[in-house]
Each structure stands twice: as structure tokens, then as C-alpha cells.
Design a protein around this ligand. Structure first.
Ligand SMILES: [Zn+2]
Length: 343
């Protein structure tokens, strides 16, 4: 918190004159300043620790300049990409996510502070494959900031039904195999934007890719222990197509992609029929949407509602899926426990 609000008007965050405003307006401006000051710190959860400098960030009269000059700021559209990018960037770059942990990311509403952060970014990393439906408005505000779509080179799996039929399933990151492509694209993007640190990005991405490969192997082995006729993953959103393909799972979902209007009676009925016909013991939903429809499936089929998967967003740092690798492991453990009746 700024100890002396009088310094706020000189910050580039506040291009208007505080002193010429009426008294009530001054309080409003100071309040806004405090809020934004908090956000500069609190929204920066993915940054590399630099305790001494960061303590001064919110109160510095030149906070924005400091922010930009010391390190490049890379913005990602959601938390999973921020974690991947931070692993590749190490301490060379500040990485932030536009959407926060727990946020719905498909139909996100961009805020004025997001636009401000976009203008200050050196690079934006997005997923593409129609994930960020809100991105056009966002990008139109700062057309000169370079953008990289990190799913480039991935062969999409198309959605098979409903209004999304024939469109690519955006959740490519859910397969570790695809994550290796994401990491390669992130490494290239960072090296191009900041060639002086290319060797660091190369070393970090090699190490991180090895960790992804190791967890991929571990999860494949865990899933292979499930009897083949029990390898179903029943979720709310159809976000598991890539992981289902790579791990030999059968995917069942209520709706294909999170949208404002979800779960028609027909969609719920279809899942109820499938769960009953195949005697699937456990159903699940995702952390960013309501469980209601899946609870109805559980009630009408006798299957157990056995937990929540993390897909579109990591958990907060104290939660069980605070990194991409933890998220993969948590989901597969939740699935296995549920299918074994221990969920
Ligand atoms: Zn999703």
C-alpha cells in the first residue's frame, strides 16, 4: 500500500491531475489508485520473486516504468499457459495471466485493467483453437503488441457434436504430448523476443520438457492399471479428448465447450444413458463450472460424483493443482480413485 498517496498523481497509471480534482474526486482517485496498486502486486502472482524491488512497486511514482524497464512482461490468456511460460522463462521475464485462478476462460469479460496490462506487455501468448472467444476485443486495443499462438503445429481433434461440430477442441494442453509442442513454441517466442537470454530459455525448456515426459509416463502407467472396460472419463465439459486419445480413455461429457447456456435436458439424458449402459461407477465435473448437471447424472444413475478436475484454470497456490504438472497428476489420481470407488 502506498504510504503517501500524494505520489500517485505522478505515476503513469494516473495520467490525470489529482490536485485539480474536487475533494470527493480526490478520494475516489486515491481509492482507485490503492486498488490498482494492490492489483499491480496481487495480480502478479506468477512473477519471479524479487522481494526488495517488488515491495516498492506499488508505491513507486514510476511503477509502470520500473515494471517495463527491468524485465519484459509476458502476458498469457490463462493460468496454465502462465505456468508453462514461467517454467521456460525462469527469472528472466515477468509472466502474468489475464484470467485468474478459478476463472471461466472461454467467455471471459475483459476489464479496463486487463487492457492496461495488455498495453504494457512485450508479448502475449494465447492458446488459439477458438479457446479465447474474448480475444478479438482485447487485441484490437493494442495491435502493435506481438502475439504468439502456442498451439501452433498441433493437429486438432474436432468436436463431434452439437453447435461446435467440426470445430477444433481447444483443450490441447490437456495432453502432455501437446504440452511439449506448447513449450517449444513458448521457448521460440521468448528467444525471439529476448535473444540475449536464448540459452537460458533453451536450458529451461529442455528441463521442463523432461519433467512433462516423466509425468506423462507415470500417468500412462497408472491408467494402464485400470481394467480396459472401466476406462471412462465422464466430465461436464468435453475437455479430455486429447488426453483420452493419448491414454486410451473413453470420453463422455455433458457439453462440448463451456458456454453461457449449458446442459440442455437432451445432453444430460445422453450422459445418463451412457453411464447406465456401461455401468460407469463415477462421474466428475470441472473446477470452473457448476456441478449441478453432473450431480443430476449421479443421482439418476447411481454413479458417484467423485470430484472436480482442473482443466481451464489452475487452482490457487494453496490448492491441489497450482501448476500444470500438479494439475495433470491431480486429475488422473482423482479419476482413478473415483473409478476404484475410493473417490
Ligand atoms: Zn474449457
Amino acid at each position: 500500500m502506498p504510504k503517501n498517496p500524494q505520489i500517485l498523481p505522478s505515476s503513469p497509471l494516473f495520467p490525470f491531475s489529482l490536485l485539480s480534482a474536487p475533494v470527493w474526486k480526490q478520494y475516489q482517485i486515491i481509492g482507485l489508485g490503492l486498488l490498482l496498486g494492490v492489483c499491480v502486486t496481487a495480480c502478479n502472482t506468477q512473477t519471479t520473486a524479487e522481494p526488495q524491488s517488488n515491495q516498492n512497486r506499488a508505491s513507486s511514482p514510476n511503477a509502470t516504468d520500473w515494471f517495463r524497464k527491468d524485465k519484459k512482461v509476458i502476458l498469457t490468456t490463462f493460468t496454465v499457459l502462465a505456468d508453462m511460460a514461467q517454467n521456460v522463462a525462469g527469472d528472466k521475464v515477468i509472466v502474468q495471466s489475464i484470467t485468474k485462478p478459478g476463472a471461466e476462460i472461454h467467455g471471459y469479460e475483459v476489464t479496463p485493467s486487463d487492457l492496461k496490462r495488455g498495453q504494457g506487455a512485450s508479448l502475449i501468448l494465447d492458446n488459439g483453437l477458438n479457446l479465447e472467444r474474448w480475444a478479438t476485443r482485447f487485441y484490437n486495443s493494442f495491435p502493435k503488441v506481438p502475439r504468439i499462438t502456442v498451439s501452433e503445429g498441433i493437429k486438432p481433434i474436432n468436436i463431434a457434436e452439437d453447435s461446435y461440430k467440426g470445430k477444433p477442441n481447444p483443450h490441447a494442453w490437456m495432453s502432455p504430448k501437446n504440452a511439449l509442442v506448447y513449450v517449444r513454441n513458448i521457448r521460440r517466442a521468448l528467444s525471439n523476443a529476448d535473444p540475449a537470454n536464448a540459452a537460458t530459455y533453451e536450458a529451461n525448456s529442455t528441463k521442463y520438457s523432461q519433467q512433462i515426459e516423466a509425468i506423462d509416463e507415470k500417468l500412462k502407467q497408472a491408467i494402464s492399471a485400470i481394467p480396459p472396460d472401466k476406462r471412462y472419463i465422464v466430465s461436464c465439459e468435453g475437455a479430455f479428448s486429447y488426453i483420452a486419445r493419448d491414454y486410451g480413455l473413453k470420453e463422455v461429457y455433458i457439453w462440448p465447450v463451456n458456454a453461457e447456456q449449458q446442459s440442455t435436458p437432451k445432453q444430460v439424458e445422453r450422459v445418463i444413458d451412457t453411464v447406465k449402459a456401461n455401468k460407469i461407477p463415477a462421474v466428475f465435473c470441472e473446477s470452473t463450472v457448476s456441478n449441478e448437471a453432473q450431480l443430476q447424472v449421479a443421482k439418476e444413475t447411481g454413479a458417484k460424483f467423485a470430484g472436480v478436475f482442473y482443466v481451464d484454470s489452475l487452482s490457487p497456490s494453496e490448492g491441489p493443482a497450482s501448476t500444470y504438472l500438479k494439475m495433470l497428476e491431480y486429475n488422473v489420481n482423482t479419476l482413478i480413485k473415483g473409478l476404484q470407488g475410493n473417490g
